[in-house]
Design a protein around this ligand. Structure first.
Ligand code: NAD
Length: 359
């Protein structure tokens, strides 16, 4: 069985789906073909792949193509019927891309659709990449703040610790909390899923009780709040936000625009020099004034809307993603042959397009 690793085409995407270290872990009978330069932006040279046993060539004719971003129209045209593609395919939002893959007869496995069951944890690319995003968000907040995060007692006087608020305490939020805590900030957090309180507190942060309790789906995700709940949340946050130096927002509801938690009015109520890092910028942002892909200053408040944070730490983001990919490829190969076991809950759950079999 051959696994192909293309060079990512989307501008600004530095990650690669498979790193040299993982090539050796795919097992006997699995050959890897990497497009030249595929790992370069993440720090992995072609030579590192060949030393690990891969070859450099055309990845598009492989039995399984592993990618980070969904293929563009041009890339999809290079795929063929019956081929397997594993990537972040945005199955709930990129309907055009999904239709293109379906029309090409490609078996599309979306990383977002892998069921969040215990057996699938090593394949959970959403979590591995959210970990990177949360860490980087805390670093960005620390970097953009014109103040220290830790308390300092110096001969020139005492500096109080910075106060950081993390909104949304899923995988990214919990990592942002842990990182900001390690840097010495006093951290508070809020999430609509009440079950999260304990996790927030175990990291040494305070759970901010806004009096809003959302629901959790079977998969562990938040359900979208009602309009009244959203308005109440915005009003509550507007009261509390001016007390914080930095706000890191990570709130998301799968397949939906990111909920607005921080209104323009709330931004105006913050102190000059405060910072908002909006990890949800890609899906519209949790702050009303976020401009996805940009960093802006509004009323003296820096709003960081950088998208694709995992790509800014491409080496480790790729390494983690690559281990997820290796675990997924492990599901698809039996004795060196590609076998799609539709009775497997993970294969069936992650499949978003499959070849039409005409009887
Ligand atoms: P996500 O990226 O979909 O959302 C981020 C967070 O935003 C979530 O915690 C969500 O509750 C929160 N949120 C949504 N709307 C909000 C609002 N209006 N205000 C404040 N917060 C809001 O979530 P995620 O990080 O992918 O993880 C969600 C949960 O899935 C995890 O906490 C965990 O319980 C579960 N999970 C399970 C596994 C597993 O079992 N293998 C793996 C990873 C995650």
């Amino acid at each position: 069985m051959r696994v192909g690793v293309p060079k990512e085409a989307v501008p600004g995407e530095r990650r690669v789906a498979l790193v040299p270290e993982t090539v050796t872990r795919l097992g006997a009978g699995v050959e890897v073909v990497v497009e030249t330069g595929a790992g370069a932006a993440a720090g992995f040279a072609d030579e590192a792949y060949t030393e690990a046993g891969a070859s450099v060539g055309d990845p598009w004719s492989a039995d399984v193509v592993v990618k980070v971003a969904a293929p563009t129209a041009t890339e999809t045209a290079r795929l063929h019927e019956g081929q397997v593609l594993v990537a972040f395919l945005s199955p709930l939002t990129d309907l055009e891309g999904i239709e293109r893959l379906a029309a090409a007869g490609v078996h599309g496995l979306a990383l977002e659709s892998i069921p969040r069951i215990t057996r699938a944890q090593p394949m959970d690319a959403l979590s591995s990449q959210a970990t990177v995003a949360g860490y980087k968000a805390a670093l960005l907040a620390a970097d953009r703040l014109p103040r220290f995060l830790p308390m300092l007692m110096t001969a020139a006087g005492t500096i109080p610790p910075a106060k950081v608020l993390v909104l949304g305490a899923g995988v990214a939020g919990l990592q942002a909390i842990a990182t900001a805590r390690r840097l010495g900030a006093v951290v508070s957090s809020f999430d609509v899923r009440p079950a999260v309180r304990e996790q927030v507190e175990s990291l040494g942060a305070t759970f901010l009780d806004l009096g809003i309790h959302g629901e959790e789906t079977e998969g562990g995700y938040a359900r979208e709040l009602t309009e009244e709940q959203q308005a109440a949340q915005q009003a509550e946050l507007q009261q509390r936000i001016p007390g914080f130096d930095a706000v890191i927002t990570t709130a998301a509801v799968p397949g939906r625009r990111a909920p607005i938690l921080v209104t323009a009015e709330a931004v105006r109520a913050m102190r000059t020099g405060s910072v908002i890092v909006d990890v949800a910028a890609e899906t519209g942002g949790n702050c009303e004034l976020t401009r996805p892909g940009e960093e802006v200053v509004e009323s003296g408040v820096t709003i960081v809307g950088t998208t694709n944070l995992p790509s800014t730490m491409a080496t480790h983001a790729s390494q983690l993603l690559s281990r997820n990919m290796a675990a997924i490829v492990g599901l698809l190969v039996k004795d060196g042959e590609l076998v799609l076991d539709w009775d497997d809950e993970i294969v069936a759950g992650a499949t978003v397009t499959r070849r039409q079999v005409v009887a």
